[in-house]
Design a protein around this ligand. Structure first.
Ligand SMILES: Nc1ncnc2c1ncn2[C@@H]1O[C@H](COP(=O)(O)OS(=O)(=O)O)[C@@H](OP(=O)(O)O)[C@H]1O
Length: 530
């Protein structure tokens, strides 16, 4: 018997019976609608892929989501929370990650393309390019990105260098040549590195005072300077009593952001052997000729009292020391170079605002950037809160000031990117941003309630499932998540993605990208011939 045709159906049922059946179906459908309310409400945050219904915007997106990304994962700055978003996004869209063999790209040495798993120089035949490069590295542009023909970095660098924050061009500056173009010769060479030349470059910075607290606790036993000092206060009281540039792990103890960005250090901060720390960088980044000679000598104590007034988000330093910073051509040129390379730099203290800008820049939905905080240390207490020393004791305020002074290059970097973030926010529109941030936070809260036991990060002693237990390192406990039981299969999958810590997620992506090959046992492949 074949399938029923519409005419045959009509003949079998007749118009009256069909009308009755239709009525019954409609009644059932209506009843289901009524009952369906509570069921739908059970999953308030997990209609993940559809909505942000209240976000105004055209139904058909006017831009294409960007999927070639370089995220410089700086240390102790909220970068694992960003990594979590990238892992999820890439995983969901089946993107190819440029992965390290283990968890970092030979850090603290400068990044080298050869460290990327599966990387084949010069395109390597049929290998398709990577989409996302995002694990810990010391940044090294010329090993990261393709240069094909004339590279636009040269122009962007010159443009960035030719203006200060107000768009004025400082008198004393001579336009430098970009190190990359200098090295390759403009437009001459085609070098295929790990990431395509149109990749979106971004990173994250954090107030050096918060970063120092976090790093001291985390790298207490890794950095010789930290190990020798009884407390962060004691260390900052007299850092030179503990700190030796070039000593083991001491890049964690001073200007860690500057170091991670792969920037050179002024001569007085270098080791006796003349190298920036650590001593074994094979290709130290070069500044345009002459810059090093004109490097301003920065007295860390000159920044003893930087006064950040950031209640409105604009970090301003009012001390004369900050003028020293601004006038330092060494710092300015490096910052201008970063401006020419990085499309966006997030600020940990304005994490959610940064995420909204990121989603906008990448043409991603807000759903794509909703995630949980990762890698927080118990008692850290600094994560997520805006800069500003209000609420701190006088002692804490002094410690913050000292930390910023000691990490003077990082402070300059932080002030610079804080300022550019707020310039972008102004462009984006403050009220538009506020409503997007509110929406993002509501979504995160709903997800946390739905996915997580207790709705928040927990002490690792409660995390028995190894897939979700964050790597424990340093003197504090690293918090993680426990999933609710009884989740639907689909919700379980999404909640797992949100809660999986960095290392486990990297392993998962690694296994997906490099599935273990099934080797045929020798015995069966060498069957004796008949
Ligand atoms: N969303 C958000 N906003 C602000 N701050 C945040 C955020 N997520 C993580 N954190 C804090 O960042 C610290 C961990 O940084 P990283 O993940 O970069 O560390 S690591 O270098 O990968 O080990 C760690 O700081 P401490 O808790 O002070 O150690 C986190 O609490």
């Amino acid at each position: 018997m074949g399938p029923l045709s519409p005419t045959r159906t009509m003949r079998l049922w007749g118009p009256r019976s069909l009308g009755v059946a239709l009525g019954v179906f409609m009644t059932i459908g209506f009843a289901l609608q009524l009952w369906g309310g509570p069921f739908q409400r059970r999953l308030p945050g997990l209609q993940l892929r559809q909505s942000w219904a209240s976000t105004p915007g055209p139904a058909v997106p006017s831009c294409l989501p960007r999927q070639r990304l370089v995220f410089l994962k700086t240390h102790k700055s909220g970068s694992s929370s960003v990594l979590s978003l990238l892992h999820r996004y890439g995983d969901r869209h089946g993107l190819r990650f440029a992965l390290p063999a283990r968890y970092q790209f030979g850090y603290p040495k400068l990044f080298q393309a050869s460290r990327v798993k599966g990387y084949r120089p010069q395109g390597g035949g049929t290998q398709s390019p990577f989409h996302i490069l995002c694990h810990h590295m010391r940044f090294n542009l010329k090993e990261v990105r393709s240069v094909e023909g004339v590279d636009r970095t040269g122009e962007r660098w010159a443009h960035a260098c030719s203006q200060d924050h107000q768009g004025r061009r400082p008198q004393a500056w001579r336009l430098p040549r970009h190190p990359l173009t200098q090295e390759l010769g403009m437009g001459a060479t085609k070098v295929l590195q790990v990431m395509p030349s149109d990749s979106f470059f971004f990173s994250i910075v954090r107030d050096p005072a918060a970063l120092a607290r976090s790093a001291f606790s985390y790298y207490k036993s890794t950095s010789s300077a930290f190990r020798k000092s009884p407390s962060l206060a004691a260390f900052l009281d007299n850092p030179r009593a503990f700190y030796q540039p070039g000593a083991r792990g001491d890049h964690y103890a001073r200007n860690l952001l500057w170091f991670d960005f792969g920037l050179p250090f002024p001569p007085e901060m270098r080791t006796k052997r003349g190298n920036p720390h650590p001593p074994r960088d094979p290709n130290p980044p070069q500044l345009p000729s002459g810059v090093g000679l004109r490097a301003h000598t920065l007295d860390p104590n000159a920044l003893f009292h930087p006064v950040p007034t950031v209640a409105d988000g604009h970090s301003q330093t009012s001390s004369s020391a900050s003028l020293d910073l601004r006038s330092s051509s060494f710092i300015q040129w490096n910052l201008a170079w970063l401006d020419s390379v990085f499309d966006l730099v997030l600020v940990a203290e304005y994490f959610d605002e940064s995420l909204v800008l990121l989603a906008d820049a990448l043409c991603w939905s807000l759903d794509d950037v909703v995630g949980f905080m990762h890698n927080a240390q118990a008692g850290g207490g600094q994560g997520g809160s805006a800069v500003g020393d209000g609420g701190l004791t006088a002692e804490d305020r002094q410690l913050s000031a000292r930390a910023r002074a000691w990490n003077n290059l990082d402070w300059a970097l932080y002030v610079h990117f804080n300022r550019s973030l707020w310039a972008r926010i102004k462009q984006y529109g403050q009220s538009r941003l506020d409503s997007a941030v509110a929406e993002l936070r509501a979504r995160r809260e709903a997800l946390a309630k739905h996915c997580l036991v207790g709705g928040e990060a927990l002490d690792p002693k409660y995390i028995t499932d190894r897939r979700f237990r964050p790597f424990q390192f340093g003197s504090g406990k690293v918090l993680g998540y426990v999933l609710q039981s009884g989740l639907s299969l689909q919700d379980q999958e999404e909640c797992e993605r949100l809660a999986t810590p960095e290392l486990q997620y990297k392993d998962k992506l690694d296994a997906k990208q490099f599935p273990p090959t099934v080797s045929v046992p020798l015995k069966t492949s060498r069957l004796p011939s008949p």
